[in-house]
Design a protein around this ligand. Structure first.
Ligand code: PRX
Length: 634
């Protein structure tokens, strides 16, 4: 079967088939990948435990699909075009041949440093080609990578390393983002004070920041490469992996305190990331594609590394941020590398939109053929701006809805095939069976309805477990509604059957496309010695989509409120990272609670949104007077 659907009628036909004959459908899709051994069964599953197994009995190595299989005909095709943070620095191009060789080389470095199949390896690197190389090198030897976004704090890294008992860390001296130089190695050093499992750290030279190298533990990337070179074997045979062997773990926030390690496995994830990339973006050989996400998030895993590379695509990887050195940077990159497909986040679009048309002046965007959006709902104004100013009303926009737990895009237009509608993720991809359910778990049928979004049948990229705690996986995703995967998102289905995601229905925030648990932020705020209690909610934010609003009760020890405010921000930065810093802190003397002591977040959300006229009945609260006080305080 061709991975790409070419007309809306074909979409309808293929979708029907994928629902009626899911095993046949996925077997046909999977056949376009390279396997060492074919599967005995396509799918075995139940959502009760859950126990989900795709392509059992099959063996493969995902890097053979991302690298080796392109060498015969496309060895010289650029795999990664790396665009540095500083436009004055030279960009780098790695062909599939070069990327293959570098991955093999570094895979041998990993082996020399004691890494083997099944080991967990933490990667904390800036957006340089070596990050993709490190990820692929882990996969090459069957080690499980756990990439941690460069914006997370030492404490967050330590928690992630300890949860998966990583034995090795790959980092850099420092990393550039805009005009910041992030001291990655220092942060790792702070984290490792708390981590007993790590015995090796491999350090890449990037920023030339002075760092401490600990004897016996820390080694330089470049020195280790030299050793491999003198050993004289440039190849590293790909480890034969079972389809259901773990490929990676990636931590994400939920409604409870601790981030959980979402586990994806080799076979199903490969098929799903590769298929959705090829189909949604309708990637054609020779096209230049850029995804502006960071590899530290799932979007980067699936749509910078595994999806595009499995399809032999040419991938621009950008180290920096959209506004550095100025708000025309994305457009400079599009012009410089003649980008055909741009995949970015609504928060970036809104931010660039706020600079007006000036940064677009004189920029040649005529190469743009397709546009993508991911990570949060895209508001209509941003959608139209993207469509008109960037796509010249000539480039289909794919608004792709999906989650870390899904492995790849779930509900989305297929570029140029599905008629789009601003603000709508439109229709499910083949193989995806979304349902809307009411509070009691009853399916809401028909169109023109809204409810909680669930998926009632597995797809190859579905989460298999949460690392080290299967029960948590069951409880979080499979216990709310019987026999369904619960997304945590609210959704409406309009008269045409089109889906529009309305946002999270749990206590998870989406700040600039980053998923942040309110409980996590509260825990961090509560670490501050002056804080007695806190409650965190989201509120609409013009650029970030959602902002973090914290209500904080202080103890008697705090005398200088302004300083305390700054100290709280510093505490959150230290415990989680700057991405979780509250945008607003309101000091209060009490929080609205039910008689059983539960915080009424609904009321706090309304106040944060400025919707104080519609607070509903507050008379049943334990402390109704506190609501007036909070209202008066904003
Ligand atoms: O609320 C949805 C929102 O982002 C959440 C998933 O976050 P994460 O696992 O970090 O993955 C982000 C990148 C795939 C979802 O539960 N979300 C993601 N894409 C969209 C979206 N909301 C609306 N429209 C989207 N296109």
């Amino acid at each position: 079967m061709n991975l790409q659907i070419k007309s809306f009628d074909e979409y309808k036909r293929v979708y029907e088939y994928s629902v009626n004959e899911p095993e046949k459908f996925w077997a046909e899709i999977a056949s376009s990948f390279t396997w060492k051994k074919r599967w005995n069964s396509v799918l075995e599953w139940n959502f009760k435990e859950p126990n989900i197994k795709w392509f059992q009995g099959a063996t493969l190595n995902i890097t053979e699909n991302c690298l080796d299989r392109h060498l015969e005909n496309n060895a010289d095709t650029p795999a990664i075009i790396w665009e540095p943070n500083d436009p004055e620095e030279h960009h780098r191009v790695l062909s599939y041949r070069q990327l293959h060789d570098k991955v093999c080389q570094f895979a041998n470095v990993l082996k020399n440093n004691g890494a083997k199949k099944g080991d967990r390896i933490c990667i904390y690197l800036p957006m340089v080609p070596e990050l993709a190389i490190a990820v692929l090198a882990c996969a090459r030897i069957g080690a499980v990578h756990s990439v941690v976004f460069g914006g997370f704090s030492a404490q967050s890294i330590a928690d992630r390393i300890n949860d998966a008992a990583c034995s090795l860390v790959i980092t850099a001296d420092g990393g550039f983002r805009g005009n910041k130089n992030i001291p990655l190695k220092d942060i790792i050093d702070d984290a490792l004070v708390q981590c007993q499992s790590v015995d090796k750290v491999i350090v890449l030279t990037r920023s030339r920041t002075p760092i401490s190298m600990i004897k016996g533990r820390d080694v330089w990337w470049e020195d280790e490469i030299k050793k491999v070179e003198t050993q004289g074997n440039p190849d590293c045979p790909a480890e034969e992996m079972d389809a259901e062997d773990m490929l990676f773990v990636l931590y994400t926030s939920g409604s409870t305190g601790k981030p959980k390690g979402v586990v994806h496995t080799c076979g199903g994830y490969m098929v799903y990331a590769g298929y959705t990339f090829a189909n949604v973006f309708q990637y054609q050989p020779g096209e230049v594609y850029i995804c502006t996400a960071d590899i530290g998030w799932i979007t980067g895993h699936s749509y910078i590394v595994y999806g595009p590379l499995s399809q032999g695509a040419t991938n621009v990887m950008f180290e920096g941020i959209p506004t550095y050195p100025d708000a025309g940077r994305f457009w400079d990159i599009v012009e410089k590398h003649k980008v055909n497909i741009l995949y970015t986040a609504p928060t970036a679009i809104r931010s660039l939109m706020s600079f007006g048309d000036e940064p677009l002046k004189g920029k040649d965007l005529s190469s743009i053929k397709k546009l993508g959006s991911v990570g949060e709902p895209i508001n209509e104004e941003a959608w139209h701006w993207y469509d008109e100013k960037i796509g010249a009303k000539n480039a289909p926009i794919v608004d792709t809805w999906w989650q870390t737990e899904n492995g790849g895009i779930m509900i989305s237009p297929i570029a140029g095939v599905t008629p789009t509608k601003p603000g709508y993720a439109t229709l499910p991809l083949p193989g995806i069976q979304p349902v809307l359910v009411d509070e009691n778990g009853k399916e809401i049928e028909g169109n023109g309805v809204s409810g909680n979004l669930c998926i009632k049948f597995p797809w190859p990229g579905i989460i298999r477990t949460t690392y080290g705690d299967h029960e948590r996986c069951r409880q979080t995703y499979f216990s709310t509604y019987e026999n369904m995967y619960f997304t945590g998102d609210g959704c409406l289905r309009d008269e045409d059957g089109y889906y529009r995601i309305t946002g999270r229905v749990d206590d998870v925030l989406n700040v600039s496309g980053h998923r942040i648990g309110t409980a996590e932020v509260e825990n961090a705020i509560n670490m501050h010695s002056d804080v007695v209690e806190s409650a965190v909610v989201g509120y609409p934010h013009e650029i970030k989509g959602q902002g973090v609003y914290a209500y904080v009760i202080l103890g008697t020890s705090s005398h200088d409120k302004e300083l305390t405010r700054k100290n709280i921000l510093q505490t959150v930065t230290r415990i989680i990272g700057a991405i979780a810093k509250p945008d607003k802190i309101q000091f209060v003397t009490g929080l609205p609670k039910t008689r059983s002591g539960k915080i009424m977040r609904r009321i706090l959300r309304k106040i944060a949104e400025g919707d104080i006229a519609n607070l509903g009945d507050t008379s049943t609260l334990l402390n109704p007077a506190v609501v007036d006080e909070i209202k008066d305080g904003i």
